[in-house]
Design a protein around this ligand. Structure first.
Ligand SMILES: Cc1cc2nc3c(=O)[nH]c(=O)nc-3n(C[C@H](O)[C@H](O)[C@H](O)COP(=O)(O)OP(=O)(O)OC[C@H]3O[C@@H](n4cnc5c(N)ncnc54)[C@H](O)[C@@H]3O)c2cc1C
Length: 514
């Protein structure tokens, strides 16, 4: 049988891969998407979406624990059925996974189940070639270990887009064991709720799971090597979140603390931690913490093990596939093709590096496909590039955290001075009508505007609905709106959005409610 040939083969069916495949099909390409696990990738099946289902349950638990305050009469303790809590989150993931199957059919995308191995790019007159192998994937285990088997089929194509995502990093000497040393998959899908949980790493994933388990009654200890939680956020946000969480029952935070050892005990884990300063652990002050489970959430690296034949000599960069896009160094309005060093092969999403976010992965895939089409004369205008300085980042515990643009520390590090180069406007939710009515007074909105023009350099929100509110400021920054534009925009009353109006007013010294 002759090899099947496609215009574009996308490897990976996550938010990068499936979105790229749909866009390519819309542009008239004959497309195949090879996925060895479930369509929807980590995001739909093991990340963004099911974790938000769990967090919705957590918020409800937390609200009900204040039932007296809300004037509700519910006798006895509020109980829960753990398997239903977890089950609802799995059902949500399942529903969305089916949605992608439907979209593939609608767009006539060939969904190929199996492991992809790239054996050729467009080198020396060859076509891009991909072997499809039978594959067993242990999806419930972090990091979804895969066992490729025999090659079932070999397909060719004009271009390959690699969208194979990322895998969780492990602590040295403490590999994930699907029992006591957890990654996100075990935290999301387990039979029993741990009474005591240690979370190593206080980024979005660590804080979200910490909040979830604590809301259901687990005693949680978050261990963070850096000097503040949510270290990518503005310092004011990190500090306010730490203050809030330290006040919570059964929630402990240890910053500037490194995890030096994880031992498994008969029933749980013993984690040794030590103060961490100037890149060094102070072992003389080490202590051990015992718990039922430890969740390791210390970041990710690209997933491309065994994906490329060695003869292709793939270039990598800091554990990710190297493309013409250089993470953390991106400049506004720079065009990237997301090309690897192998002709005809592109890579997008988590596999090419930070920011490891679903919305970034999807956008990269769209731009990558559109640039292929534009260069082939299928699109009559050059696609707008992603502005990597305008990417919203969100953490969905309560209070939520969301931000876009520069932190104040990043501006100071660039040599900018408050009062000369930028001004800050801050508005607390303590006095905010809608926040008081909704009993969500914790938090604030902080807007940093440039001087003298007032452009939005950065915006940082901690509080209820922060992850929705950030869209207004993302658009403002994208459109180069100024604080004056935000002020001149009439905001509905009563809404949390009024806080953005007030913070913009505050940045010009005109705060009304405060
Ligand atoms: C707990 C958790 C919560 C998260 N929450 C958020 C959030 O709220 N917001 C957000 O923006 N991001 C969130 N993320 C991150 C988000 O999930 C990722 O950024 C996103 O999934 C990356 O998309 P991707 O398409 O690059 O990769 P993935 O979603 O990882 O998809 C890659 C796919 O490729 C497949 N694959 C890999 N190798 C092969 C191969 N050789 N052959 C065939 N198929 C292969 C894999 O099976 C996988 O399905 C979260 C992540 C986690 C773990």
């Amino acid at each position: 049988m002759a090899n099947r040939h496609f215009d574009i083969v996308v490897i990976g069916g996550g938010p990068a891969g499936y979105v790229g495949a749909i866009r390519a099909a819309q542009l008239g390409y004959k497309v195949a998407c090879v996925e060895r696990a479930k369509l929807g990738g980590v995001c739909l099946n093991w990340g963004c979406i099911p974790s938000k289902a769990l967090l919705t349950n957590a918020e409800l638990m937390e609200k009900l624990s204040h039932r007296d305050f809300f004037g509700l009469k519910i006798e006895g303790d509020i109980g829960f059925e753990w398997d239903k809590v977890i089950g609802r989150s799995r059902d949500v993931a399942g529903k969305l996974n089916q949605g992608i199957h439907f979209l593939f059919k609608k767009n006539k995308i060939e969904h190929i189940e199996g492991n992809a191995k790239i054996v050729s790019g467009n080198t020396n007159g060859k076509k891009c070639t991909v072997e499809i192998q039978d594959c067993e994937v242990n999806e419930e285990f972090t990091p979804a270990p895969a066992k490729p088997g025999k090659t079932r089929e070999t397909i060719t194509c004009d271009n390959i887009i690699v969208a194979t995502g990322s895998v969780a990093r492990e602590l040295p000497g403490a590999p994930f064991d699907h029992d006591r040393i957890w990654g996100a998959r075990e935290a999301m899908f387990n039979k029993e709720m741990p009474k005591k949980l240690i979370v190593v790493g206080s980024g979005a994933i660590g804080m979200e799971f910490g909040y979830f388990y604590n809301s259901f009654g687990s005693e949680v200890t978050v261990v963070e090597m850096l000097d503040r939680i949510l270290p990518v956020e503005d310092t004011e946000v990190s500090k306010a979140m730490e203050k809030h969480y330290k006040r919570k029952d059964g929630f402990n935070i240890k910053t500037s603390t490194i995890t030096t050892k994880v031992e498994k005990t008969k029933d749980g884990v013993k984690v040794t931690v030590a103060p961490f300063k100037d890149g060094k652990a102070d072992e003389s002050k080490a202590e051990t913490i015992e718990a039922d489970r430890v969740l390791v959430a210390i970041g990710v690296k690209g997933r491309y093990d065994g994906l490329f034949d060695d003869s292709l000599k793939l270039e990598t960069f800091k554990d990710h596939i190297k493309t013409d896009y250089v993470p953390n160094n991106a400049v506004a309005d720079e065009h990237y093709d997301y090309k690897t060093n192998i002709p005809g092969i592109y890579a997008v999403g988590d596999v090419i590096g930070p920011p490891w976010l679903a919305h970034v992965a999807s956008e990269e895939a769209i731009i990558c496909v559109e640039r292929i089409a534009w260069k082939a004369g299928k699109l009559n205008h050059e696609p707008h590039p992603i502005d990597y300085t305008v990417i919203p980042g969100c953490t969905y515990c309560q209070p939520q955290v969301a931000s876009v643009g520069f932190t104040e520390q990043a501006l100071i590090a660039k040599g900018l001075k408050k009062g000369e180069d930028y001004e800050v406007g801050k508005y607390n939710f303590q006095a905010h009508g809608k926040a008081i009515a909704a009993a969500h007074q914790e938090g604030f909105t902080k807007i940093i505007r440039g001087l003298p023009h007032g452009e939005i350099l950065g915006a940082h929100i901690m509080g209820d609905q922060a992850t929705e509110l950030i869209a207004e400021l993302t658009l403002a920054r994208r459109l180069e709106a100024t604080s004056e534009d935000l002020i001149a925009t009439v905001h509905a009353h009563p809404t949390m959005h009024e806080a953005i109006h007030e913070a913009a007013l505050a940045s010009e010294g005109k705060l009304i409610h405060g």
